[in-house]
Design a protein. Structure first.
Length: 235
């Protein structure tokens, strides 16, 4: 554990991350967007390792939104090519480190090759008991909430509590995030975990995602530890 993390009084059990700034990072260097996503993938690998090392129990990353299909086909294809490369390259290490991987989102539009890679990862790591790594792919929170509402209607059941409704979301059984981190300089949620973030602490950074390091992650953890969470009550 780094000095910053060790000094933290409170460790968030669940950290959600909006990985933002890959395209701008590439543009600043005169590189194709693919290289930005490639550098962003490397940053993600380091953050997953670090989160596992310091005792975070759940890490959720926003990898591809329902709105990202609007991007150029070349960029979209490149993102999914990188995903397959990531699985082939990192799966054994994830498994050795006891990381359990799952996917949040609608996988139906993905190619057989992409779904096969995801199935391989989920099957390989499903028995692991360490960090739970949730990858949001083709994920949009409004679509997720609508899907859950339709499931209630189809079942002829009106949810009586937040927990009842939450049990129909992609994140069923996963605690709500304690901390949301968004690098890249933007200060918005971008249709990410809107239901789940109701009482989450928000942390924004100007550092573009490919330059985001474990030391930057520790800054967010340290600030989280200094905050007082009231959940609508008083201290």
């Amino acid at each position: 554990m780094t000095e910053a993390a060790a000094a933290t009084e409170k460790m968030p059990a669940h950290v959600a991350v909006i990985m933002d700034g890959n395209g701008r990072w590439a543009e600043q260097r005169g590189l194709p967007k693919y290289r930005g996503h490639e550098a962003g993938m490397d940053a993600m690998i380091e953050i997953v390792r670090h989160a596992s090392d310091i005792g975070v129990r759940h890490l959720t990353v926003y990898a591809f939104s329902t709105e990202n299909w609007k991007r150029a086909q070349e960029e979209v294809s490149g993102i999914f090519d990188l995903l397959i490369i990531y699985v082939n390259r990192e799966l054994e290490e994830l498994h050795r480190n006891n990381v359990k991987v799952d996917i949040l989102g609608d996988r139906s539009p993905f190619s057989k090759k992409v779904n096969a890679a995801l199935d391989k990862t989920i099957a390989k790591t499903q028995g692991n008991t360490g960090l739970r790594f949730h990858i949001a792919l083709n994920y949009g929170s409004r679509a997720e909430i609508l899907r859950a509402a339709r499931a209630c209607v189809d079942a002829g059941e009106g949810p009586e509590t937040d927990e009842d409704f939450g049990g129909r979301l992609y994140t069923a059984g996963v605690p709500d995030p304690d901390l949301l981190v968004r690098p890249g300089g933007e200060k918005r949620l971008s249709n990410f975990l809107l239901w789940q973030l109701a009482y989450t602490e928000l942390y924004f950074s100007d550092v573009l995602w490919p330059d985001y390091t474990p030391a930057e992650f520790d800054k967010a953890i340290s600030e989280f530890g200094a905050r007082k969470r009231r959940f609508g009550g008083r201290v």
